[in-house]
Design a protein around this ligand. Sequence first.
Ligand code: 5GP
Length: 178
Amino acid sequence: MTTFHGKKVRVLYDEAAVRARVRELGAQITRDYTDKDLVLLCVLKGSVFFFTDLARAIDLPLTLEFLGVSSYQSGTETTGEVRITSDVSKPLAGKHVLVVEDIIDTGLTMQFLLENLKARHPASVKLCALLEKPARARTQVGIDYKGFVVEDVFIVGYGLDYAEQYRNLPFIGVVQGK
Ligand code: 5GP
């Protein structure tokens, strides 16, 4: 347990654990994408710190793209109705696209996004997610590269927010007594 500006936060994965896992994922992606035209696609905003750390853990030439999505909420859950709020800057046709996402919860946002990306005729589309919360899955989304599996709790830190705050915590945790 630690505190952040008066709030108690339970640490799930500290900075060292995150760094080590990102390094492993980067090495695996380096092996798999050698000699491929790799586009690393950041899903804003939650994956931003994971994305920049992962990119530097991949020892290959690659390009970076950014995409914003907004999923309509019903209570605490996504409805599956998703909108692209800002799109990539270059066509993805013929490229090997690796989508980098913060967390797969119900999976509905990613299901929509992967279908949308596949329609752009990339050479391949794969998914790298920092976290998976299988207890809440409503659809099966294959995660090709996975950081950690988490229980059914609301995660903050390392890019993930609570009401847009806590993204800059350098570790992955859970706010206690919100
Ligand atoms: P899904 O469509 O898989 O239900 O939702 C995915 C999105 O919901 C994630 O990209 C993330 O923005 C948000 N989300 C889901 N679970 C959590 C969580 O535990 N903490 C935070 N901060 N965001 C979450």
